[in-house]
Structures are given as C-alpha cells and as structure tokens.
Design a protein around this ligand. Structure first.
Ligand code: FES
Length: 310
C-alpha cells in the first residue's frame, strides 16, 4: 500500500500463489470484496505486468464502507477476494485523445493515457482537483507525458490555485477532429461534460465513466412482468416495485450483482427474447438499441415477458 495523496492510498494486489493475474485492458475495473461488501475500483497499473494489479482508493466521507475498510483495516499481506477484471470503458481507436479527470477519476484515465502513448497517438490530459496535495498520480502523469514530448501534455488544475474549476466548454471546444474524449470523475463533472456533449459536436466521441449510480427514480405507473430463466426453465414474476435481481433472489435463483445501481456490469445478462427497458448508465445507446444484453439490477421489461440466459 502506498500513500499517493490526501486520503488516497494505492494498493497492489498479487496472486497468493504468485501466479499471473488475468489480463486486462485500460479502463477495466475489478470488484474488491471489502469486509462484507463489494466495491469497484479501476485498475491503474501497467497491463503488461501480469504479476500485480494496482488500484487507488479515495477515503470517501460518505463511504458506505468500502473505502473505509481499505483505509482502516486492509494492510499489506492481507488476503482479499477480487473478481474481474471487466472493462465497460475501453479505449476505442482514435487519432488522438483528450482525457478529463476529476479527483480520483484519474485512475482509469492514467492507464488509458499510457495505452494511448503506446499506440503512438497524441494525448492531452486535463486533471482537476481540490488542491495539489489531493491529486494522486500527478507526477506519474507528468513523467508519462515527458516520454513522448510534443505528442502528450498534462494540465494540472488545482482549484485552490486556479481560483475555480476547469473551463470544460473551452476544453471541449478545442478537441481536434478525429480525437476521442474520455472523462471520469465526480457526478458534477460528468454532468457538466454531458451537458456540453451536443454543443461541442462530440456525440459518440465522448466517453464517460461514473463512479456511483444515479438510478432512475421509479416511474409512475411502473408495471410488473415475467422473467423466464431459460437454463432452469423457471418463470419468476417481477412486481412493479422490485428489481429483476431482487425478484430472482427471492425466488431462489442466484444472480451475481454488486453495485445494484446499473453502473458496474456485474449483473449483465444475455437476453434471449423480449424487449428490455434499459435503465443502466453503462451500456452504450447502440447496445441499448440492440437489446441482446441488459443489467438486471435496474433495467426492466418494455412489454410483458423476458427470456434470459440464466
Ligand atoms: Fe452493477 Fe447491476 S449490479 S450493474
């Protein structure tokens, strides 16, 4: 474990028997079991090094227990359970990249910037934080940009020194043609970037990753429906006030779930028949339109029956 910044510890995880760990690609996260809970953390090390994973954990004031466990209880040498990695935030091919990080949102983008450089693409990195002492990996990023001078740059934006937040409208307005934008950070940053999506003309060249779910409020007139589990042949009724995951669990059908907010991908399931009513913030609009997978923790059925590959 390493102190990286105010309230930020990085943790290196190795296989207990020294075996290589499963491959991952930049943007991926793991599920870390933290004292009875499961939390998602982006991998921010080097994918070429299969001997270890690195994550960084911000101690969240409103922690539901995950970051508190890492900061107070987890210590070097302890054994923890990890699942994954999974990547719902992959780096798509592009001529160049613009990364926009807020706070601990730097973690997936650090790995992506390293990958962008390895692909020979140019990249700009805009990194905002409360103050320099809170901005993990700022030196590592600056050193990374120094490996490809003229092609990579980092702009650090400590709010206390700059007297305000990053000027997102200006950053997005100068994204080069053919470049893609990757943004990760607190909800306020994601909301501001999303609000500028149309005006900036970026459309699907803008990719965002949220940390915490903003599940849709239950809609008036929510209806119940049926879920058929194709593998077991069982059919389960889902009431208007419950999720598919809850209904399946109550019926004794085991499904993996973690965030239960539609942001982590753990409960992603293949749809064999029926039309999902997607409520997650993870799948792309193209994946929503295709309708062949869905997140069972938040999404519902657009008609009366779904047949799922479970
Ligand atoms: Fe995380 Fe469903 S449990 S997306």
């Amino acid at each position: 474990m390493t102190y990286e910044a105010d309230e930020v510890l990085s943790v290196e995880l190795v296989h207990p028997d020294g075996k290589p760990l499963p491959d991952w690609t930049p943007g991926a996260h793991i599920d870390l079991h933290t004292g009875g809970q499961v939390r998602q953390y982006s991998l921010c090390g080097d994918p070429a090094d299969t001997t270890r994973y690195r994550i960084a954990v911000l101690r969240a004031p409103a922690s539901r227990g995950g970051s508190e466990f890492v900061h107070r209880e987890l210590r070097p040498g302890a054994t923890v359970t990890v699942r994954g990695p999974r990547n719902h935030f992959p780096l798509t091919d592009a001529d160049a990249y613009v990364f926009i990080a807020g706070g601990i949102g730097v973690t997936p983008l650090l790995a992506q910037a390293r990958e962008a450089g390895a692909r020979g693409s140019g990249w700009q990195f805009w990194y905002g934080g409360r103050g320099r002492s809170s901005m993990a990996f700022a030196d590592e990023l600056t050193a990374l940009a120094g490996l490809t001078p003229g092609k990579a740059s980092v702009v650090l934006h400590p709010k206390d020194e700059r007297g305000g937040r990053m000027d997102l409208a200006r950053i997005l307005a100068q994204v080069p043609d053919g470049a893609r934008v990757y943004c990760c950070g607190p909800q306020s940053l994601i909301d501001a970037v999303e609000a500028a999506r149309t005006e900036s003309g970026l459309g699907d060249r803008l990719h965002v990753e949220r940390f915490a779910g903003t599940p849709a409020a239950p809609e008036d007139g929510e209806r119940g429906f049926e879920v058929e589990c194709a593998r077991s042949g069982r059919t389960v009724a889902v009431g208007p006030d419950e999720s598919i995951v809850d209904a399946l669990e109550d019926a004794g059908v085991y499904v993996e779930a973690s965030c239960r907010d539609g942001v982590c991908g753990t409960c992603e399931t293949r749809v064999i028949a029926g039309t999902p009513d997607h409520r997650d913030t993870l799948l792309s609009s193209a994946q929503h339109a295709a309708g062949d997978v869905m997140m069972l923790c938040v999404s519902r059925c657009a008609d009366k029956r779904l047949v799922l590959d479970i």
